[in-house]
Write a protein that binds this ligand. Structure first.
Ligand code: TRP
Length: 472
């Protein structure tokens, strides 16, 4: 009755697309800063443990759900629960998430693109001025940058799974790896770079407390694109002859590898700029690091390598982060696109509809940094006034994301059931049957993973909306 669902053309194509989704600002900047503040390699170790022990089983579960159902998240929840209205709610929650996360990530990607254009035009001195960022986000150029980025995302997505998403990932991901490697090598040649390397690689476990552990897990969960419906959707494009568990391991490894390498780029750069820096004084926010602190470091390079070379280094950095963000944005926009396609829309129509609605919300966010008072002071809770942009992050990233993860574990184990999960994972992978991995996935998904996600959910809700600190 229906035409065959589109599929990735190759295993490596899927792996690069999924890694493209997973690798983003969180890996390239968020992780290095968190590591700098929280004990270097001690943080790395905890992060890697979480990626493999907690996030990987969830990723495997999402991919299997998608491949079994051959549908987007809402369709998958409905189909695998035989149309249960209760589980449809979980499907809707998954659908709201990419919508909101897509909007906030778009805003940051637009800024990245703007900084890339400025750095490549030789305006490094301007970028490094302390009040530049505040002016930049409220300048009208932002709308032009937004238009360009939106067109790029749409051009990739309109090509479909194989000729759009996969092809883009096959170009951008290798380029990203090369640029990252080049920047790491370059940074390591700077004076005092080794102070940073040492700081990064010598673990300091005294910095690890409950808050750090909670942060590491949230970051790993977010970074791997979990709870957003992306892995369910991408799973629906994997052939039945592919090994899901094996591919998921490579994606997790790539994500962690990029985060590790990014540490070797960012930390030595910071210490080369100021060998005596107290890392506690670094901002927690990736945004302030990327747009305020790093441009200062790039500009300072002009005394040793000259203005042009410093601008080239800055441009390469912004291009690197921009590519990482763009592939994530593509993956998240594919989720609602797939839902609309299931409803009978053509890809083009679906993308037009999404561009219009998500575009409107993005513009509202762009206006919420002081331009429009009602959007800038949108609501206030837990004693803080929040802009629309802040609210979107709180609701999507901090609240719905862990809840979605929890619901996926419960759904897969108690509604869809273990035997069906195992049967799906054994397709194309006969060795999976009876393997350690199989036993671990079954055990973890039915016990401590949902428990941990529940605790994170309760903890962040208490903190974000009631101002109560339970852990951290
Ligand atoms: N990889 C992103 C990061 O590390 C997080 C992320 C995963 C993401 N999937 C995404 C962001 C989809 C936006 C859209 O920053």
């Amino acid at each position: 009755m229906s035409i065959a669902r589109e599929q990735f053309g190759s295993r490596i194509g899927f792996i690069l697309a999924a890694a493209g989704s997973a690798v983003g600002i969180g890996n390239l900047v968020g992780f290095p800063v968190a590591a700098a503040k929280n004990g270097g390699a001690a943080f790395l170790l905890i992060y890697a443990l979480f990626v493999f022990l907690i996030c990987l089983p969830v990723m495997v579960a999402e991919l299997s759900m998608g491949r079994r159902a051959q549908q987007d998240p809402l369709g998958a929840y409905r189909k695998l629960s035989n149309g249960s209205p209760l589980w449809s709610i979980a499907g809707w929650l998954v659908l709201i998430t990419p919508y909101l996360i897509g909007v906030f990530y778009m805003v940051i990607t637009v800024w990245l693109f703007g900084y890339l254009v400025e750095a490549a035009s030789g305006n490094l001195t301007q970028l490094a001025k302390p009040d530049n960022f505040g002016q930049f986000i409220n300048a009208n150029n932002v709308f032009a940058y937004f238009l360009v980025v939106a067109v790029m995302v749409n051009l990739i997505l309109v090509g479909g799974v194989k000729d759009g998403i996969e092809r883009a990932a096959k170009i951008m991901m290798p380029a990203l790896f090369v640029m990252l490697l080049a920047l790491v090598i370059f940074v390591l040649t700077l004076d005092d770079a080794l102070v940073g390397v040492k700081y990064y690689l010598v673990p300091d476990f005294s910095k690890i407390d409950a808050g750090v552990v909670n942060g590491a897990l949230s970051q790993a969960f977010f970074s791997l694109s979990l709870g957003m419906g992306i892995m369910i959707t991408y799973g629906s494009y994997i052939g039945r002859d592919e090994k899901i568990a094996g591919s998921a391991k490579i994606v997790a490894l790539t994500d962690t590898g990029v985060a590790f390498a990014a540490g070797l780029m960012i930390l030595p750069a910071i210490f080369s700029f100021n060998p005596a820096i107290d890392t506690d004084t670094l901002s927690d926010s990736s945004v302030s690091l990327i747009f305020t602190f790093l441009p200062k470091i790039f500009l300072a390079l002009q005394t040793t390598i000259g203005y042009v070379a410093a601008s080239v280094a800055a441009s390469m950095f912004f291009l690197l982060v921009f590519f990482a963000a763009l592939t994530s944005l593509v993956s998240i926009t594919e989720v609602p696109t797939a839902s609309l396609v299931r409803k009978g829309y053509s890809r083009k129509k679906a993308l037009t509809l999404l561009s219009a609605t998500m575009g409107l919300l993005t513009v509202a966010c762009i206006l919420s940094f002081g331009r429009v008072e009602s959007l800038s002071a949108f609501v206030s809770y837990a004693g803080q006034s929040k802009s629309l942009f802040d609210v979107i992050i709180d609701v999507s990233y901090d609240t719905i994301l862990p809840l979605n993860g929890l619901l996926i574990c419960l759904f897969v184990i108690f509604r869809w059931r273990k035997q069906n999960l195992n049967a799906e994972l054994e397709l194309g992978d006969p060795d999976y049957k009876g393997s350690m991995m199989e036993r671990y996935v079954n055990l973890s998904l039915s016990s401590f993973i949902p428990l941990v996600l529940l605790l994170i959910f309760i903890n962040t809700v208490a903190l974000k909306y009631f101002g109560v600190t339970l852990v951290g």
